[in-house]
Design a protein around this ligand. Structure first.
Ligand SMILES: Cc1cc2nc3c(=O)[nH]c(=O)nc-3n(C[C@H](O)[C@H](O)[C@H](O)COP(=O)(O)OP(=O)(O)OC[C@H]3O[C@@H](n4cnc5c(N)ncnc54)[C@H](O)[C@@H]3O)c2cc1C
Length: 313
Protein backbone atom coordinates (compact mmCIF):
# COMPACT_ATOMS: atom_id res chain seq x y z
CA UNK A 1 0.00 0.00 0.00
CA UNK A 2 1.24 3.49 -0.90
CA UNK A 3 -0.18 6.56 0.83
CA UNK A 4 0.13 9.85 -1.08
CA UNK A 5 -0.24 13.13 0.82
CA UNK A 6 -1.03 16.10 -1.42
CA UNK A 7 -3.27 15.95 -4.50
CA UNK A 8 -1.65 18.72 -6.55
CA UNK A 9 -0.06 18.16 -9.95
CA UNK A 10 2.47 15.56 -8.75
CA UNK A 11 0.25 13.65 -6.31
CA UNK A 12 -2.74 13.24 -8.66
CA UNK A 13 -0.58 12.13 -11.58
CA UNK A 14 1.30 9.68 -9.38
CA UNK A 15 -1.95 8.23 -8.02
CA UNK A 16 -3.31 7.55 -11.51
CA UNK A 17 -0.10 6.12 -12.91
CA UNK A 18 0.31 3.83 -9.89
CA UNK A 19 -3.26 2.53 -9.85
CA UNK A 20 -3.17 2.04 -13.62
CA UNK A 21 -0.15 -0.18 -13.10
CA UNK A 22 -1.71 -2.31 -10.40
CA UNK A 23 -0.40 -0.67 -7.22
CA UNK A 24 -2.66 -0.30 -4.19
CA UNK A 25 -2.71 3.36 -3.44
CA UNK A 26 -4.52 5.87 -1.29
CA UNK A 27 -4.44 9.68 -1.50
CA UNK A 28 -5.26 12.49 0.92
CA UNK A 29 -5.34 16.27 0.62
CA UNK A 30 -6.51 18.61 3.34
CA UNK A 31 -8.36 20.77 0.80
CA UNK A 32 -11.95 20.18 -0.26
CA UNK A 33 -11.28 21.38 -3.80
CA UNK A 34 -8.06 21.85 -5.81
CA UNK A 35 -5.83 24.72 -4.89
CA UNK A 36 -6.71 27.72 -7.04
CA UNK A 37 -3.25 29.35 -6.94
CA UNK A 38 -2.11 29.97 -10.48
CA UNK A 39 0.15 27.56 -12.28
CA UNK A 40 -1.68 28.20 -15.55
CA UNK A 41 1.31 28.08 -17.89
CA UNK A 42 2.50 24.67 -19.04
CA UNK A 43 5.07 23.30 -21.47
CA UNK A 44 2.41 21.89 -23.79
CA UNK A 45 4.13 19.04 -25.60
CA UNK A 46 5.74 17.45 -22.56
CA UNK A 47 2.58 17.80 -20.49
CA UNK A 48 0.41 16.42 -23.28
CA UNK A 49 2.63 13.31 -23.55
CA UNK A 50 2.78 12.80 -19.80
CA UNK A 51 -0.96 13.21 -19.23
CA UNK A 52 -1.71 10.82 -22.10
CA UNK A 53 -0.07 8.12 -19.96
CA UNK A 54 -3.02 8.38 -17.58
CA UNK A 55 -5.50 8.69 -20.48
CA UNK A 56 -6.14 12.38 -19.91
CA UNK A 57 -6.38 14.64 -22.94
CA UNK A 58 -4.68 17.93 -22.03
CA UNK A 59 -6.34 19.62 -25.03
CA UNK A 60 -9.66 19.57 -23.20
CA UNK A 61 -8.17 21.93 -20.62
CA UNK A 62 -6.25 24.36 -22.83
CA UNK A 63 -7.58 27.91 -22.45
CA UNK A 64 -5.32 29.68 -24.91
CA UNK A 65 -1.93 29.55 -26.62
CA UNK A 66 -0.48 33.07 -26.61
CA UNK A 67 1.50 34.06 -29.66
CA UNK A 68 4.07 36.19 -27.84
CA UNK A 69 5.78 36.56 -24.50
CA UNK A 70 7.01 40.00 -23.45
CA UNK A 71 9.72 40.30 -20.81
CA UNK A 72 10.49 43.90 -19.81
CA UNK A 73 9.18 44.96 -23.16
CA UNK A 74 11.43 42.55 -25.11
CA UNK A 75 9.31 40.43 -27.43
CA UNK A 76 9.73 36.65 -27.75
CA UNK A 77 7.92 34.20 -29.95
CA UNK A 78 6.08 31.60 -27.92
CA UNK A 79 7.25 28.11 -28.89
CA UNK A 80 5.50 25.81 -26.47
CA UNK A 81 3.71 27.49 -23.59
CA UNK A 82 -0.02 26.85 -23.34
CA UNK A 83 -2.29 28.30 -20.72
CA UNK A 84 -4.42 25.54 -19.20
CA UNK A 85 -7.31 25.33 -16.81
CA UNK A 86 -5.38 23.80 -13.96
CA UNK A 87 -8.28 23.86 -11.52
CA UNK A 88 -10.58 22.24 -14.08
CA UNK A 89 -8.01 19.54 -14.85
CA UNK A 90 -7.36 18.74 -11.20
CA UNK A 91 -11.11 18.80 -10.43
CA UNK A 92 -11.64 16.22 -13.16
CA UNK A 93 -8.92 13.99 -11.70
CA UNK A 94 -10.23 14.48 -8.16
CA UNK A 95 -13.57 12.94 -9.24
CA UNK A 96 -11.80 9.59 -9.10
CA UNK A 97 -10.71 10.03 -5.45
CA UNK A 98 -12.10 9.28 -2.03
CA UNK A 99 -9.54 10.95 0.20
CA UNK A 100 -8.29 8.46 2.78
CA UNK A 101 -5.34 7.87 5.07
CA UNK A 102 -4.22 4.23 5.25
CA UNK A 103 -1.42 2.38 6.98
CA UNK A 104 1.09 2.15 4.18
CA UNK A 105 4.51 0.72 3.46
CA UNK A 106 5.50 3.86 1.56
CA UNK A 107 4.37 7.43 2.27
CA UNK A 108 4.70 9.96 -0.56
CA UNK A 109 5.19 13.61 0.36
CA UNK A 110 3.55 15.47 -2.54
CA UNK A 111 2.65 18.48 -0.41
CA UNK A 112 4.48 21.04 -2.57
CA UNK A 113 6.00 24.02 -0.82
CA UNK A 114 4.77 22.70 2.58
CA UNK A 115 7.00 19.61 2.42
CA UNK A 116 4.93 18.45 5.37
CA UNK A 117 6.42 14.97 5.85
CA UNK A 118 10.06 15.01 4.77
CA UNK A 119 12.67 16.62 7.07
CA UNK A 120 12.87 20.41 6.81
CA UNK A 121 15.50 21.84 4.46
CA UNK A 122 18.38 23.86 5.90
CA UNK A 123 18.36 27.28 4.24
CA UNK A 124 15.09 26.62 2.44
CA UNK A 125 14.02 29.36 -0.02
CA UNK A 126 10.26 29.63 -0.26
CA UNK A 127 9.28 32.78 -2.11
CA UNK A 128 5.98 34.57 -1.34
CA UNK A 129 3.57 35.44 -4.14
CA UNK A 130 0.37 37.45 -4.51
CA UNK A 131 -2.08 36.84 -7.34
CA UNK A 132 -5.56 37.72 -8.53
CA UNK A 133 -7.89 37.49 -11.50
CA UNK A 134 -9.35 40.46 -13.34
CA UNK A 135 -10.62 41.59 -16.72
CA UNK A 136 -8.32 43.48 -19.09
CA UNK A 137 -8.51 44.65 -22.66
CA UNK A 138 -5.08 43.95 -24.12
CA UNK A 139 -3.80 41.41 -26.66
CA UNK A 140 -3.66 37.81 -25.48
CA UNK A 141 0.07 37.51 -24.83
CA UNK A 142 2.08 36.74 -21.70
CA UNK A 143 3.48 39.89 -20.09
CA UNK A 144 6.34 39.86 -17.58
CA UNK A 145 8.00 42.66 -15.64
CA UNK A 146 11.25 41.42 -14.14
CA UNK A 147 13.68 42.82 -11.58
CA UNK A 148 16.58 41.15 -9.81
CA UNK A 149 14.52 40.18 -6.72
CA UNK A 150 11.39 38.86 -8.48
CA UNK A 151 8.88 39.35 -11.24
CA UNK A 152 5.27 40.19 -12.00
CA UNK A 153 3.20 38.41 -14.64
CA UNK A 154 -0.04 38.73 -16.58
CA UNK A 155 -1.38 35.50 -18.13
CA UNK A 156 -4.46 35.45 -20.37
CA UNK A 157 -7.08 32.94 -19.24
CA UNK A 158 -9.65 33.45 -21.98
CA UNK A 159 -12.25 35.71 -20.34
CA UNK A 160 -10.00 36.93 -17.54
CA UNK A 161 -6.36 37.59 -16.77
CA UNK A 162 -4.24 36.11 -14.05
CA UNK A 163 -2.03 38.81 -12.62
CA UNK A 164 0.47 38.45 -9.83
CA UNK A 165 4.03 38.72 -8.61
CA UNK A 166 6.56 36.89 -6.49
CA UNK A 167 9.67 38.29 -4.87
CA UNK A 168 12.26 37.34 -2.29
CA UNK A 169 11.45 40.79 -0.85
CA UNK A 170 7.76 40.41 -0.02
CA UNK A 171 7.28 44.14 0.49
CA UNK A 172 8.24 44.75 -3.16
CA UNK A 173 5.40 42.65 -4.60
CA UNK A 174 2.89 45.55 -4.94
CA UNK A 175 5.64 47.62 -6.57
CA UNK A 176 6.32 44.87 -9.15
CA UNK A 177 2.62 44.69 -10.01
CA UNK A 178 2.48 48.46 -10.36
CA UNK A 179 5.46 48.39 -12.73
CA UNK A 180 3.82 45.61 -14.75
CA UNK A 181 0.67 47.71 -15.13
CA UNK A 182 2.65 50.78 -16.17
CA UNK A 183 4.84 48.84 -18.61
CA UNK A 184 2.02 47.21 -20.53
CA UNK A 185 -0.94 49.51 -19.99
CA UNK A 186 -2.88 47.21 -17.68
CA UNK A 187 -5.55 49.23 -15.97
CA UNK A 188 -6.46 48.88 -12.30
CA UNK A 189 -9.51 46.61 -12.27
CA UNK A 190 -11.72 44.85 -9.76
CA UNK A 191 -10.41 41.36 -9.02
CA UNK A 192 -12.71 38.34 -8.99
CA UNK A 193 -10.39 36.42 -6.65
CA UNK A 194 -7.17 37.09 -4.83
CA UNK A 195 -4.78 35.02 -2.73
CA UNK A 196 -1.24 34.63 -1.47
CA UNK A 197 0.95 31.58 -1.99
CA UNK A 198 4.53 30.35 -1.81
CA UNK A 199 6.87 28.72 -4.25
CA UNK A 200 10.04 26.79 -3.41
CA UNK A 201 12.92 28.23 -5.42
CA UNK A 202 15.68 25.74 -4.67
CA UNK A 203 17.02 23.05 -7.01
CA UNK A 204 16.53 19.35 -6.15
CA UNK A 205 20.19 19.01 -5.09
CA UNK A 206 19.47 21.42 -2.21
CA UNK A 207 16.23 19.69 -1.20
CA UNK A 208 17.72 16.44 0.05
CA UNK A 209 16.81 14.03 1.42
CA UNK A 210 14.28 12.87 -1.14
CA UNK A 211 13.83 9.67 0.87
CA UNK A 212 13.70 9.49 4.66
CA UNK A 213 12.75 6.19 6.31
CA UNK A 214 9.55 5.17 4.50
CA UNK A 215 8.78 8.70 3.21
CA UNK A 216 9.64 9.74 -0.33
CA UNK A 217 9.14 13.21 -1.80
CA UNK A 218 7.98 14.28 -5.25
CA UNK A 219 7.33 17.53 -7.12
CA UNK A 220 7.91 20.88 -5.48
CA UNK A 221 8.50 19.17 -2.11
CA UNK A 222 11.90 18.14 -3.52
CA UNK A 223 12.60 21.31 -5.49
CA UNK A 224 11.28 20.38 -8.92
CA UNK A 225 10.72 24.00 -10.01
CA UNK A 226 12.69 25.79 -12.73
CA UNK A 227 14.54 29.07 -12.27
CA UNK A 228 11.56 30.86 -13.86
CA UNK A 229 9.10 29.25 -11.42
CA UNK A 230 7.86 26.53 -13.78
CA UNK A 231 6.80 23.60 -11.62
CA UNK A 232 3.97 21.83 -13.44
CA UNK A 233 5.91 19.70 -15.92
CA UNK A 234 8.78 19.09 -13.45
CA UNK A 235 6.17 17.83 -10.93
CA UNK A 236 4.74 15.43 -13.52
CA UNK A 237 8.20 14.26 -14.57
CA UNK A 238 9.31 13.64 -11.00
CA UNK A 239 6.14 11.63 -10.35
CA UNK A 240 6.85 9.48 -13.39
CA UNK A 241 10.44 8.92 -12.26
CA UNK A 242 9.22 7.96 -8.78
CA UNK A 243 6.81 5.45 -10.28
CA UNK A 244 9.68 3.93 -12.28
CA UNK A 245 11.94 3.77 -9.19
CA UNK A 246 9.44 2.50 -6.62
CA UNK A 247 10.99 -0.96 -6.49
CA UNK A 248 14.48 0.53 -6.31
CA UNK A 249 14.35 3.80 -4.39
CA UNK A 250 18.18 4.10 -4.28
CA UNK A 251 17.98 5.01 -7.96
CA UNK A 252 15.41 7.77 -7.40
CA UNK A 253 17.68 10.57 -6.24
CA UNK A 254 20.22 9.87 -8.98
CA UNK A 255 17.56 9.93 -11.70
CA UNK A 256 15.92 13.14 -10.46
CA UNK A 257 19.27 14.92 -10.32
CA UNK A 258 20.20 13.68 -13.80
CA UNK A 259 16.91 14.07 -15.65
CA UNK A 260 16.04 17.40 -14.06
CA UNK A 261 19.62 18.65 -14.29
CA UNK A 262 18.38 21.63 -16.34
CA UNK A 263 16.59 22.89 -13.21
CA UNK A 264 19.93 22.92 -11.36
CA UNK A 265 21.42 25.18 -14.02
CA UNK A 266 18.46 27.55 -14.02
CA UNK A 267 18.38 27.81 -10.24
CA UNK A 268 22.14 28.43 -10.22
CA UNK A 269 21.56 31.25 -12.67
CA UNK A 270 18.79 32.60 -10.45
CA UNK A 271 21.19 32.56 -7.46
CA UNK A 272 23.67 34.60 -9.46
CA UNK A 273 20.95 37.10 -10.45
CA UNK A 274 19.89 37.45 -6.81
CA UNK A 275 23.51 38.16 -5.89
CA UNK A 276 23.58 40.89 -8.54
CA UNK A 277 26.12 39.19 -10.84
CA UNK A 278 24.26 37.17 -13.51
CA UNK A 279 26.35 34.11 -14.46
CA UNK A 280 26.08 34.62 -18.22
CA UNK A 281 28.31 31.58 -18.88
CA UNK A 282 25.40 29.35 -17.79
CA UNK A 283 23.12 30.85 -20.39
CA UNK A 284 24.28 28.87 -23.41
CA UNK A 285 22.89 25.57 -22.11
CA UNK A 286 19.84 27.18 -20.52
CA UNK A 287 18.92 28.82 -23.82
CA UNK A 288 19.56 25.60 -25.75
CA UNK A 289 17.10 23.79 -23.49
CA UNK A 290 14.38 26.44 -23.17
CA UNK A 291 14.52 27.52 -26.81
CA UNK A 292 13.06 24.20 -27.82
CA UNK A 293 10.31 23.94 -25.23
CA UNK A 294 9.16 27.42 -24.15
CA UNK A 295 10.11 30.58 -26.02
CA UNK A 296 12.49 31.37 -28.86
CA UNK A 297 15.32 33.54 -27.54
CA UNK A 298 19.04 34.12 -27.76
CA UNK A 299 21.82 35.33 -25.49
CA UNK A 300 21.34 38.82 -26.94
CA UNK A 301 17.77 38.85 -25.69
CA UNK A 302 19.03 38.07 -22.17
CA UNK A 303 21.54 40.87 -22.47
CA UNK A 304 18.79 43.24 -23.57
CA UNK A 305 16.76 42.30 -20.50
CA UNK A 306 19.60 42.35 -17.99
CA UNK A 307 21.73 45.18 -19.25
CA UNK A 308 19.63 47.46 -21.37
CA UNK A 309 16.26 45.98 -20.52
CA UNK A 310 14.07 48.74 -19.25
CA UNK A 311 10.43 48.06 -20.01
CA UNK A 312 9.03 49.96 -22.93
CA UNK A 313 5.62 51.51 -22.39
C1 LIG B 1 1.61 31.93 -7.79
C2 LIG B 1 2.23 30.77 -8.48
C3 LIG B 1 2.21 30.72 -9.85
C4 LIG B 1 2.75 29.62 -10.52
N1 LIG B 1 2.70 29.59 -11.87
C5 LIG B 1 3.17 28.52 -12.53
C6 LIG B 1 3.03 28.43 -13.95
O1 LIG B 1 2.46 29.30 -14.61
N2 LIG B 1 3.54 27.32 -14.56
C7 LIG B 1 4.16 26.32 -13.87
O2 LIG B 1 4.62 25.35 -14.49
N3 LIG B 1 4.29 26.38 -12.53
C8 LIG B 1 3.79 27.44 -11.84
N4 LIG B 1 3.89 27.49 -10.49
C9 LIG B 1 4.53 26.38 -9.79
C10 LIG B 1 3.61 25.17 -9.76
O3 LIG B 1 2.27 25.58 -9.49
C11 LIG B 1 4.07 24.20 -8.66
O4 LIG B 1 5.46 24.03 -8.69
C12 LIG B 1 3.40 22.85 -8.87
O5 LIG B 1 2.01 22.99 -8.69
C13 LIG B 1 3.96 21.87 -7.85
O6 LIG B 1 3.19 20.70 -7.90
P1 LIG B 1 3.15 19.76 -6.60
O7 LIG B 1 2.15 18.71 -6.92
O8 LIG B 1 4.50 19.36 -6.21
O9 LIG B 1 2.60 20.70 -5.44
P2 LIG B 1 1.21 21.48 -5.37
O10 LIG B 1 0.60 21.58 -6.72
O11 LIG B 1 1.48 22.71 -4.59
O12 LIG B 1 0.27 20.51 -4.52
C14 LIG B 1 0.47 20.27 -3.17
C15 LIG B 1 -0.82 19.75 -2.58
O13 LIG B 1 -0.55 19.31 -1.25
C16 LIG B 1 -1.61 19.68 -0.40
N5 LIG B 1 -1.08 19.69 0.97
C17 LIG B 1 -0.22 20.57 1.52
N6 LIG B 1 0.09 20.20 2.78
C18 LIG B 1 -0.62 19.06 3.02
C19 LIG B 1 -0.74 18.18 4.14
N7 LIG B 1 -0.07 18.39 5.27
N8 LIG B 1 -1.55 17.11 4.04
C20 LIG B 1 -2.25 16.87 2.91
N9 LIG B 1 -2.17 17.65 1.80
C21 LIG B 1 -1.37 18.73 1.87
C22 LIG B 1 -2.06 21.03 -0.96
O14 LIG B 1 -3.39 21.29 -0.59
C23 LIG B 1 -1.91 20.82 -2.46
O15 LIG B 1 -3.10 20.34 -3.05
C24 LIG B 1 3.35 28.57 -9.78
C25 LIG B 1 3.37 28.62 -8.40
C26 LIG B 1 2.80 29.70 -7.73
C27 LIG B 1 2.80 29.76 -6.24
Amino acid sequence: MIQIYGAGVAGTFLYYILTKNGYRCSIFDFRKSPDCRCGWGIAYKEAKDLYSEIDLDLDEFILTVPEKVFVNGVEFKNRGIAIFDKIGLLSELWKGFVFREENAKIIVDATGSSRAFLPKIDGDRVVPTLQFKERQRIDENIYIYFERHGYAWAFPLGDEWHIGAGSVCEEKIPYLIKKLRQSYGLEEAESSCSCRAKIRMLPPSRCKPFVSNNIVGVGEAIGCVSGAGEGNVPALKSAKILFQCLENLEEYEKRILKELGWIEREQKFLDSVLRGFPAFHLLFRIILHENKRLVRHSIFDFLRIFIAGKPRP
